[in-house]
Ligand binder design. Structure first.
Ligand code: SAH
Length: 367
């Protein structure tokens, strides 16, 4: 498995910032008082400024500290959609890998959708990231820095929610994703109940999540409630079929007390029939799961289309009539290819870094 190769100033917590400052002190032959680490931490996590611009640090020291703590993300492209309420970035990482981040403003909250990997190995055929294959894991700092960049953009509107629903499979990059959760909670001050990890259903990862001390929300990309169809749509199902997935979900609900949600992208005549709704209701009901329905967003490598608004409505009604709890999700960013499943960081023309390969993939490399 490819290592995470990047570095970000947000890979550091207070303790390791202390080590960084000790290194700077040694190189420059300056004695640095202990309160400098607090000023640096405050600058990075409260004021969200680069060390170079940190006026609390002595001028002669800023460039040196800045060089020791580089930013990981360079803005390659920024697109604004939904009349300014949605912003999508394509960020270039130090090694040329590309990832996308989306900021969405709503009346009552602002949410950032972050990537956890460059590309994805899960090979869900309908997902644009799945179509491009896996490039590498992101580091903790590369994940956290996406939230920081979005908060800087949001200005006075506080980013209250983070969803791990961008490029990549968070639970296939468990340790770094979890450190990012801890950093968002402990350093950036986000509430755990406003953090949501979304997964294709990697059962050991869900069980680990259930055992963590911070209870975050769990979203599972279900899309089918029978194994034959789910094997096709979400290939990891061949490894972790629906019955073991349900057990892991139940464990997460029991230990965290958080509500579980299922994502279901409605695909015309594939998973939007009344019998699909019935199976979904039967699967979701005992788990008390909330079902988020969205019509499938079009992607380049998948020929089927999303369900019509009428079919979406009828499907939701059918699930609810059978005791399920389904709502239709407002889609965001369709005008800038920032909607669910559309994040795909290859760019046509320009750019000097390597572009992730767009190789068709068969079964995902699991295990
Ligand atoms: N790997 C994680 C997180 C990234 S995907 C996961 O699968 O949950 C975020 C969500 O977008 C998932 O629910 C995914 O199934 C959904 N998605 C992917 N492609 C889509 C598409 N073309 N239309 C609608 N939703 C899609």
């Amino acid at each position: 498995m490819s290592p995470a190769t990047g570095t970000s100033r947000y890979d550091h917590d207070r303790a390791s910032l202390d080590t960084v400052l000790a290194g700077v002190a040694e190189r420059t032959g300056t004695a640095l008082p202990a309160y400098r680490v607090d000023q640096l931490w405050q600058g990075l996590y409260r004021d969200l400024v680069a060390p170079e611009d940190l006026t609390t640090l002595p001028k002669g020291l800023r460039a040196e500290v800045g060089a020791a703590l580089p930013a990981a993300l360079t803005e390659d492209t920024r697109s604004v959609g939904d009349s300014g309420q949605t912003v999508k970035w394509l960020f270039r990482l130090a090694d040329g890998a590309l990832v996308e981040t989306v900021l969405m403003h709503y009346a009552e909250r602002s949410t950032v959708c972050v990537s956890t990997q460059a590309g994805c190995a899960m090979a869900c055929g309908f997902c644009a990231t799945g179509q491009m294959g896996f490039d590498r894991h992101l580091t903790t700092g590369e994940i956290v820095e996406q939230v920081v960049r979005a908060q800087v953009e949001a200005g006075d509107r506080r980013v209250s929610n983070v969803v791990f629903m961008g490029m990549g499979e968070p639970l296939a990059n468990y340790d770094r994703t979890w450190s990012a959760v801890e950093r968002l909670h402990g350093d950036l001050g986000l509430s755990a109940r406003h953090l949501t990890v979304s997964t294709v259903g990697i059962v050991p990862g869900i069980r680990r999540l259930a055992a963590e001390s911070l209870p975050v929300n769990l979203a599972v990309s279900l899309h089918a409630a029978d194994d034959d169809l789910r094997d096709e749509l979400v290939p990891i199902n061949r490894r972790y079929p629906l019955d073991v997935l349900a057990e892991a979900c139940a464990e997460h609900v029991a230990t965290t007390g958080r509500r579980l949600s299922f994502e279901w992208a409605l695909i015309h005549d594939v998973n939007d029939r009344p019998e699909d709704a019935a199976r979904l209701a039967d699967y979701a009901r005992p788990l008390g799961a909330h079902v988020n329905l969205i019509p499938l967003n079009p992607t380049p490598g998948w020929p089927t289309r999303g369900s019509s608004p009428e079919r979406v409505r009828a499907f939701a009604d059918e699930v609810n009539a059978r005791g399920g709890n389904a709502t239709v999700r407002r889609t965001r960013g369709t005008d800038i290819d920032a909607a669910c499943g559309q994040l795909r960081a290859d760019r046509v023309g320009g750019g000097d870094g390597p572009t992730p390969v767009a190789a068709p993939r068969g079964r995902p490399p699991v295990g």
